[in-house]
Design a protein around this ligand. Structure first.
Ligand code: PLP
Length: 396
Protein backbone atom coordinates (compact mmCIF):
# COMPACT_ATOMS: atom_id res chain seq x y z
CA UNK A 1 0.00 0.00 0.00
CA UNK A 2 1.27 3.49 -0.79
CA UNK A 3 2.04 5.74 2.15
CA UNK A 4 -0.91 7.39 3.90
CA UNK A 5 -0.75 10.97 5.08
CA UNK A 6 0.16 11.49 8.72
CA UNK A 7 -2.80 13.86 8.88
CA UNK A 8 -5.19 10.97 8.26
CA UNK A 9 -3.36 8.28 10.25
CA UNK A 10 -2.87 10.67 13.17
CA UNK A 11 -6.48 11.85 13.30
CA UNK A 12 -7.28 9.89 16.44
CA UNK A 13 -4.54 8.50 18.66
CA UNK A 14 -4.50 4.72 19.10
CA UNK A 15 -5.91 2.89 22.08
CA UNK A 16 -9.34 2.67 23.63
CA UNK A 17 -10.63 6.20 24.12
CA UNK A 18 -13.83 5.08 25.82
CA UNK A 19 -15.72 4.27 22.66
CA UNK A 20 -14.88 0.59 23.16
CA UNK A 21 -17.59 0.51 25.81
CA UNK A 22 -20.13 2.05 23.46
CA UNK A 23 -19.32 -0.46 20.73
CA UNK A 24 -19.52 -3.34 23.23
CA UNK A 25 -22.95 -2.14 24.37
CA UNK A 26 -24.14 -1.93 20.76
CA UNK A 27 -22.82 -5.44 20.02
CA UNK A 28 -24.59 -6.85 23.09
CA UNK A 29 -27.82 -5.16 22.01
CA UNK A 30 -27.48 -6.52 18.50
CA UNK A 31 -27.06 -9.99 20.01
CA UNK A 32 -30.40 -9.57 21.79
CA UNK A 33 -29.22 -8.49 25.28
CA UNK A 34 -31.68 -6.05 26.91
CA UNK A 35 -29.08 -3.31 27.41
CA UNK A 36 -30.38 0.03 28.69
CA UNK A 37 -28.36 2.50 26.67
CA UNK A 38 -27.54 5.98 27.93
CA UNK A 39 -24.62 6.62 25.63
CA UNK A 40 -24.81 8.92 22.60
CA UNK A 41 -26.88 12.08 22.09
CA UNK A 42 -29.68 10.54 20.08
CA UNK A 43 -33.33 11.28 20.89
CA UNK A 44 -35.67 8.41 21.72
CA UNK A 45 -38.15 9.95 19.25
CA UNK A 46 -37.68 10.06 15.50
CA UNK A 47 -37.99 13.06 13.17
CA UNK A 48 -41.56 14.46 13.11
CA UNK A 49 -43.59 12.85 10.28
CA UNK A 50 -44.64 16.35 9.12
CA UNK A 51 -40.95 17.15 8.47
CA UNK A 52 -40.58 13.87 6.60
CA UNK A 53 -43.64 14.75 4.50
CA UNK A 54 -42.02 18.07 3.61
CA UNK A 55 -38.85 16.17 2.65
CA UNK A 56 -40.84 13.74 0.52
CA UNK A 57 -42.79 16.53 -1.19
CA UNK A 58 -39.56 18.40 -1.96
CA UNK A 59 -37.90 15.32 -3.43
CA UNK A 60 -40.96 14.36 -5.48
CA UNK A 61 -41.30 17.98 -6.54
CA UNK A 62 -37.89 17.67 -8.19
CA UNK A 63 -35.42 19.09 -5.64
CA UNK A 64 -33.10 16.13 -6.21
CA UNK A 65 -30.50 17.73 -8.45
CA UNK A 66 -27.42 19.61 -7.27
CA UNK A 67 -28.60 22.18 -4.75
CA UNK A 68 -27.06 25.62 -4.30
CA UNK A 69 -23.68 24.95 -2.66
CA UNK A 70 -23.94 27.67 0.04
CA UNK A 71 -27.46 26.48 0.88
CA UNK A 72 -30.77 27.56 -0.57
CA UNK A 73 -31.45 31.25 -0.24
CA UNK A 74 -34.62 30.52 1.76
CA UNK A 75 -32.85 28.32 4.30
CA UNK A 76 -29.91 30.69 4.66
CA UNK A 77 -32.39 33.48 5.28
CA UNK A 78 -34.31 31.43 7.87
CA UNK A 79 -31.09 30.57 9.73
CA UNK A 80 -30.01 34.22 9.54
CA UNK A 81 -33.37 35.33 10.97
CA UNK A 82 -33.00 32.86 13.83
CA UNK A 83 -29.49 34.14 14.59
CA UNK A 84 -30.60 37.78 14.36
CA UNK A 85 -33.37 37.11 16.86
CA UNK A 86 -31.16 35.23 19.33
CA UNK A 87 -27.99 37.34 19.12
CA UNK A 88 -29.41 40.81 18.47
CA UNK A 89 -26.82 41.18 15.67
CA UNK A 90 -28.34 41.53 12.19
CA UNK A 91 -27.52 38.46 10.08
CA UNK A 92 -28.34 37.99 6.40
CA UNK A 93 -28.04 34.96 4.11
CA UNK A 94 -24.52 36.11 3.24
CA UNK A 95 -23.54 35.33 6.84
CA UNK A 96 -24.61 31.67 6.64
CA UNK A 97 -23.21 28.55 4.99
CA UNK A 98 -25.42 25.46 5.19
CA UNK A 99 -23.37 22.33 5.98
CA UNK A 100 -23.96 18.58 6.31
CA UNK A 101 -24.52 18.82 10.09
CA UNK A 102 -22.78 20.69 12.85
CA UNK A 103 -19.82 18.34 12.60
CA UNK A 104 -18.98 19.50 9.08
CA UNK A 105 -19.45 23.09 10.29
CA UNK A 106 -16.86 22.51 13.03
CA UNK A 107 -14.37 21.18 10.47
CA UNK A 108 -15.14 24.04 8.08
CA UNK A 109 -14.72 26.67 10.79
CA UNK A 110 -11.35 25.29 11.88
CA UNK A 111 -10.26 25.28 8.26
CA UNK A 112 -10.96 29.00 8.16
CA UNK A 113 -9.14 29.74 11.40
CA UNK A 114 -6.06 27.53 11.41
CA UNK A 115 -3.12 26.78 9.19
CA UNK A 116 -1.23 23.50 9.52
CA UNK A 117 0.80 23.54 12.73
CA UNK A 118 -1.29 26.26 14.39
CA UNK A 119 -2.52 25.78 17.94
CA UNK A 120 -6.29 25.50 18.43
CA UNK A 121 -7.65 25.79 21.95
CA UNK A 122 -10.53 23.70 23.23
CA UNK A 123 -12.06 23.30 26.64
CA UNK A 124 -11.74 19.97 28.42
CA UNK A 125 -14.14 18.12 28.97
CA UNK A 126 -15.07 18.34 25.30
CA UNK A 127 -17.33 16.72 22.74
CA UNK A 128 -15.44 13.61 21.70
CA UNK A 129 -14.80 14.58 18.07
CA UNK A 130 -13.19 17.95 18.83
CA UNK A 131 -9.49 16.97 18.96
CA UNK A 132 -9.80 14.88 15.78
CA UNK A 133 -11.59 17.71 14.00
CA UNK A 134 -8.73 20.06 14.88
CA UNK A 135 -6.10 17.52 13.81
CA UNK A 136 -8.08 17.05 10.61
CA UNK A 137 -7.09 20.55 9.47
CA UNK A 138 -3.49 19.92 10.51
CA UNK A 139 -3.74 22.07 13.65
CA UNK A 140 -2.66 21.10 17.16
CA UNK A 141 -5.37 20.73 19.81
CA UNK A 142 -4.47 22.39 23.12
CA UNK A 143 -7.02 21.51 25.83
CA UNK A 144 -7.69 23.87 28.73
CA UNK A 145 -9.26 22.16 31.74
CA UNK A 146 -12.57 23.36 33.16
CA UNK A 147 -12.94 22.10 36.71
CA UNK A 148 -15.83 20.21 38.33
CA UNK A 149 -15.56 22.52 41.38
CA UNK A 150 -16.30 25.49 39.06
CA UNK A 151 -19.33 23.74 37.59
CA UNK A 152 -17.12 23.18 34.52
CA UNK A 153 -17.05 26.90 33.67
CA UNK A 154 -13.60 27.64 32.21
CA UNK A 155 -11.49 30.20 34.08
CA UNK A 156 -10.32 33.29 32.25
CA UNK A 157 -6.85 33.03 33.83
CA UNK A 158 -6.44 29.43 32.61
CA UNK A 159 -7.49 30.40 29.09
CA UNK A 160 -5.27 33.47 29.09
CA UNK A 161 -2.28 31.36 30.18
CA UNK A 162 -2.90 28.79 27.44
CA UNK A 163 -3.65 31.23 24.62
CA UNK A 164 -0.11 32.29 23.76
CA UNK A 165 0.46 31.52 20.10
CA UNK A 166 -3.03 30.05 19.58
CA UNK A 167 -5.23 30.96 16.62
CA UNK A 168 -8.65 29.76 17.70
CA UNK A 169 -10.71 28.86 20.74
CA UNK A 170 -13.53 26.33 20.49
CA UNK A 171 -16.32 26.79 23.03
CA UNK A 172 -19.58 24.90 23.53
CA UNK A 173 -22.46 26.22 25.59
CA UNK A 174 -24.79 24.52 26.47
CA UNK A 175 -22.03 22.00 26.89
CA UNK A 176 -21.66 18.40 25.93
CA UNK A 177 -20.74 16.49 28.10
CA UNK A 178 -21.04 18.65 31.24
CA UNK A 179 -24.38 20.42 30.76
CA UNK A 180 -22.74 23.72 31.74
CA UNK A 181 -24.33 26.86 30.31
CA UNK A 182 -21.68 29.54 30.37
CA UNK A 183 -22.44 32.47 32.65
CA UNK A 184 -22.13 36.07 31.50
CA UNK A 185 -18.92 36.30 33.55
CA UNK A 186 -17.45 33.25 31.79
CA UNK A 187 -18.42 34.57 28.35
CA UNK A 188 -16.99 38.02 29.11
CA UNK A 189 -13.74 36.36 30.22
CA UNK A 190 -13.60 34.39 26.97
CA UNK A 191 -14.19 37.60 25.00
CA UNK A 192 -11.27 39.29 26.80
CA UNK A 193 -8.99 36.32 26.03
CA UNK A 194 -10.07 36.32 22.37
CA UNK A 195 -9.34 40.01 22.08
CA UNK A 196 -6.04 39.90 23.93
CA UNK A 197 -4.74 37.05 21.76
CA UNK A 198 -6.55 37.91 18.52
CA UNK A 199 -8.32 34.54 18.39
CA UNK A 200 -11.12 33.24 16.28
CA UNK A 201 -13.84 31.96 18.59
CA UNK A 202 -15.62 28.92 17.20
CA UNK A 203 -18.84 28.77 19.18
CA UNK A 204 -20.64 25.43 18.98
CA UNK A 205 -24.25 26.22 19.86
CA UNK A 206 -25.96 23.04 18.67
CA UNK A 207 -27.73 22.69 22.06
CA UNK A 208 -29.13 26.22 22.04
CA UNK A 209 -32.72 24.98 22.43
CA UNK A 210 -31.91 22.91 25.52
CA UNK A 211 -31.43 25.38 28.35
CA UNK A 212 -32.90 24.52 31.77
CA UNK A 213 -31.59 27.33 33.94
CA UNK A 214 -30.30 30.70 32.83
CA UNK A 215 -30.47 31.57 29.16
CA UNK A 216 -28.52 30.93 26.00
CA UNK A 217 -26.32 33.87 25.02
CA UNK A 218 -24.97 33.53 21.48
CA UNK A 219 -21.28 34.40 21.64
CA UNK A 220 -21.48 36.49 18.46
CA UNK A 221 -23.94 38.77 20.27
CA UNK A 222 -21.32 39.97 22.77
CA UNK A 223 -19.95 43.43 22.19
CA UNK A 224 -17.36 43.39 19.42
CA UNK A 225 -17.37 39.60 19.04
CA UNK A 226 -19.31 39.08 15.80
CA UNK A 227 -16.25 39.89 13.70
CA UNK A 228 -14.15 37.16 15.33
CA UNK A 229 -16.82 34.47 15.88
CA UNK A 230 -17.82 31.51 13.76
CA UNK A 231 -21.05 30.09 15.12
CA UNK A 232 -21.89 26.43 14.60
CA UNK A 233 -25.52 25.34 14.62
CA UNK A 234 -27.55 22.31 13.64
CA UNK A 235 -31.06 20.89 13.41
CA UNK A 236 -29.86 17.55 14.82
CA UNK A 237 -30.71 18.23 18.44
CA UNK A 238 -33.32 20.98 18.08
CA UNK A 239 -35.57 19.04 15.66
CA UNK A 240 -34.51 15.42 16.24
CA UNK A 241 -32.99 15.40 12.74
CA UNK A 242 -29.65 13.78 13.55
CA UNK A 243 -29.72 11.55 10.46
CA UNK A 244 -30.61 14.35 8.04
CA UNK A 245 -27.16 15.92 8.50
CA UNK A 246 -28.17 19.55 8.36
CA UNK A 247 -26.30 22.36 10.09
CA UNK A 248 -24.60 25.66 9.45
CA UNK A 249 -21.67 27.89 10.17
CA UNK A 250 -22.36 31.60 10.52
CA UNK A 251 -19.98 34.55 10.62
CA UNK A 252 -18.71 37.60 8.76
CA UNK A 253 -19.67 37.52 5.05
CA UNK A 254 -16.04 37.63 3.92
CA UNK A 255 -15.29 34.42 5.81
CA UNK A 256 -18.44 32.73 4.52
CA UNK A 257 -17.28 33.52 0.95
CA UNK A 258 -14.11 31.52 1.60
CA UNK A 259 -16.07 28.72 3.22
CA UNK A 260 -18.38 28.49 0.21
CA UNK A 261 -15.24 27.99 -1.83
CA UNK A 262 -14.19 25.19 0.55
CA UNK A 263 -17.66 23.60 0.32
CA UNK A 264 -17.45 23.70 -3.48
CA UNK A 265 -14.27 21.65 -3.27
CA UNK A 266 -15.38 19.23 -0.56
CA UNK A 267 -19.05 18.52 0.19
CA UNK A 268 -20.60 20.35 -2.76
CA UNK A 269 -23.46 21.30 -0.49
CA UNK A 270 -26.39 19.56 1.16
CA UNK A 271 -29.22 17.76 -0.70
CA UNK A 272 -31.99 20.19 -1.67
CA UNK A 273 -34.84 18.06 -0.30
CA UNK A 274 -33.09 17.87 3.09
CA UNK A 275 -32.69 21.66 3.09
CA UNK A 276 -36.37 22.11 2.25
CA UNK A 277 -37.30 19.81 5.14
CA UNK A 278 -35.02 21.86 7.40
CA UNK A 279 -36.71 25.05 6.30
CA UNK A 280 -40.10 23.51 7.04
CA UNK A 281 -38.80 22.49 10.49
CA UNK A 282 -37.40 25.93 11.30
CA UNK A 283 -40.75 27.49 10.40
CA UNK A 284 -42.35 25.43 13.21
CA UNK A 285 -40.53 27.83 15.53
CA UNK A 286 -39.68 27.92 19.22
CA UNK A 287 -42.76 26.00 20.38
CA UNK A 288 -41.81 22.91 18.39
CA UNK A 289 -38.22 23.24 19.60
CA UNK A 290 -39.41 23.45 23.22
CA UNK A 291 -41.58 20.33 22.78
CA UNK A 292 -38.60 18.34 21.48
CA UNK A 293 -36.38 19.57 24.32
CA UNK A 294 -38.95 18.98 27.11
CA UNK A 295 -38.26 15.25 27.79
CA UNK A 296 -34.61 16.01 28.56
CA UNK A 297 -35.54 18.50 31.28
CA UNK A 298 -38.02 15.98 32.73
CA UNK A 299 -35.38 13.23 32.83
CA UNK A 300 -32.76 15.58 34.21
CA UNK A 301 -35.13 16.15 37.12
CA UNK A 302 -35.82 12.41 37.48
CA UNK A 303 -32.06 11.93 37.75
CA UNK A 304 -31.53 14.77 40.23
CA UNK A 305 -34.38 13.39 42.43
CA UNK A 306 -32.83 9.92 42.39
CA UNK A 307 -29.42 11.41 43.08
CA UNK A 308 -30.72 13.23 46.16
CA UNK A 309 -31.90 9.89 47.61
CA UNK A 310 -28.43 8.30 47.58
CA UNK A 311 -25.13 9.32 49.07
CA UNK A 312 -22.34 8.04 46.86
CA UNK A 313 -22.44 9.80 43.52
CA UNK A 314 -22.48 13.54 42.90
CA UNK A 315 -23.34 15.79 39.99
CA UNK A 316 -23.20 19.42 39.04
CA UNK A 317 -26.86 19.87 38.04
CA UNK A 318 -26.73 20.51 34.31
CA UNK A 319 -28.13 23.87 33.19
CA UNK A 320 -28.63 22.60 29.65
CA UNK A 321 -28.16 19.87 27.01
CA UNK A 322 -29.18 16.23 27.15
CA UNK A 323 -26.62 14.74 29.53
CA UNK A 324 -25.64 14.57 33.19
CA UNK A 325 -22.06 14.07 34.32
CA UNK A 326 -21.91 11.94 37.45
CA UNK A 327 -18.85 12.06 39.66
CA UNK A 328 -18.11 8.41 40.54
CA UNK A 329 -14.85 9.00 42.39
CA UNK A 330 -16.35 7.86 45.71
CA UNK A 331 -16.44 4.33 44.29
CA UNK A 332 -12.68 4.37 43.78
CA UNK A 333 -13.26 3.45 40.14
CA UNK A 334 -12.28 5.38 37.04
CA UNK A 335 -15.12 6.38 34.76
CA UNK A 336 -13.98 3.66 32.39
CA UNK A 337 -13.88 0.91 35.05
CA UNK A 338 -17.26 2.05 36.43
CA UNK A 339 -18.80 1.96 32.94
CA UNK A 340 -17.37 -1.48 32.10
CA UNK A 341 -18.55 -3.04 35.36
CA UNK A 342 -21.96 -1.34 35.14
CA UNK A 343 -22.49 -2.87 31.72
CA UNK A 344 -21.33 -6.31 32.93
CA UNK A 345 -23.36 -6.36 36.11
CA UNK A 346 -26.45 -4.30 35.32
CA UNK A 347 -26.76 -4.18 31.53
CA UNK A 348 -26.68 -0.38 31.64
CA UNK A 349 -24.41 1.46 29.21
CA UNK A 350 -23.03 4.96 29.81
CA UNK A 351 -20.03 6.87 28.43
CA UNK A 352 -16.85 6.98 30.54
CA UNK A 353 -15.84 10.55 31.37
CA UNK A 354 -12.35 9.81 30.11
CA UNK A 355 -13.64 9.75 26.52
CA UNK A 356 -14.31 13.50 26.88
CA UNK A 357 -10.85 14.47 28.10
CA UNK A 358 -8.64 14.27 31.16
CA UNK A 359 -10.74 16.81 33.10
CA UNK A 360 -13.68 14.38 33.06
CA UNK A 361 -11.73 11.48 34.61
CA UNK A 362 -13.60 9.81 37.46
CA UNK A 363 -16.93 10.75 35.91
CA UNK A 364 -19.47 9.06 33.70
CA UNK A 365 -21.80 10.78 31.27
CA UNK A 366 -25.42 9.71 31.37
CA UNK A 367 -27.44 10.60 28.27
CA UNK A 368 -31.07 11.48 29.03
CA UNK A 369 -32.23 9.48 26.04
CA UNK A 370 -34.50 6.67 27.24
CA UNK A 371 -38.26 6.92 27.82
CA UNK A 372 -38.93 8.04 31.40
CA UNK A 373 -39.79 4.64 32.93
CA UNK A 374 -36.85 2.84 31.36
CA UNK A 375 -34.67 5.77 32.32
CA UNK A 376 -35.74 5.50 35.97
CA UNK A 377 -35.08 1.74 35.86
CA UNK A 378 -31.59 2.33 34.45
CA UNK A 379 -30.88 4.84 37.22
CA UNK A 380 -32.04 2.43 39.90
CA UNK A 381 -29.56 -0.13 38.61
CA UNK A 382 -26.81 2.46 38.28
CA UNK A 383 -27.16 3.73 41.85
CA UNK A 384 -27.45 0.16 43.21
CA UNK A 385 -24.21 -0.69 41.43
CA UNK A 386 -22.51 2.42 42.83
CA UNK A 387 -23.60 1.53 46.36
CA UNK A 388 -22.19 -1.99 45.97
CA UNK A 389 -18.93 -0.59 44.59
CA UNK A 390 -18.52 1.73 47.58
CA UNK A 391 -19.37 -1.04 50.05
CA UNK A 392 -16.89 -3.41 48.41
CA UNK A 393 -14.27 -0.70 48.67
CA UNK A 394 -14.88 -0.01 52.35
CA UNK A 395 -14.93 -3.70 53.35
CA UNK A 396 -11.84 -4.52 51.26
N1 PLP B 1 -21.34 19.58 18.69
C1 PLP B 1 -21.68 18.93 19.81
C2 PLP B 1 -21.30 19.52 21.12
C3 PLP B 1 -22.36 17.71 19.75
O1 PLP B 1 -22.67 17.07 20.88
C4 PLP B 1 -22.68 17.17 18.48
C5 PLP B 1 -23.36 15.87 18.37
O2 PLP B 1 -23.56 15.14 19.31
C6 PLP B 1 -22.31 17.90 17.35
C7 PLP B 1 -21.65 19.10 17.48
C8 PLP B 1 -22.56 17.39 15.96
O3 PLP B 1 -23.88 17.46 15.64
P1 PLP B 1 -24.41 17.23 14.16
O4 PLP B 1 -25.31 16.05 14.24
O5 PLP B 1 -25.13 18.48 13.83
O6 PLP B 1 -23.24 16.99 13.27
Amino acid sequence: MARLSSRITGLTPGGDDGWGLFHRARALKAAGEPVLELTIGEHDIRTDPAILSAMDAAARGGHTGYAAVPGTQALRQAVADRLTASSGIPHGPENVLVTPGGQAALFTAHNAACDAGDVALLIDPYYATYPGTIRGVGALPRPVAARPEDGFQPREADLMAAADGARSLLINSPNNPTGAVYSDATLDGIARVAEAHDLWVISDEVYDTQVWTGRHQPFAGLLGMFERTLTVGSLSKSYAMTGSRLGWVAGPAEVIEHLINLATHTTYGVPGFIQDAGLFALRQGPEAEAAIAAPFLRRRDILLDALAKQQYLRATPPAGAMYVMLDVRATGLSGMAFGEALLDEENVAVMPGESFGAAAAGHIRVALTLPDEMFAEALERLFAFAARAVEARTTA
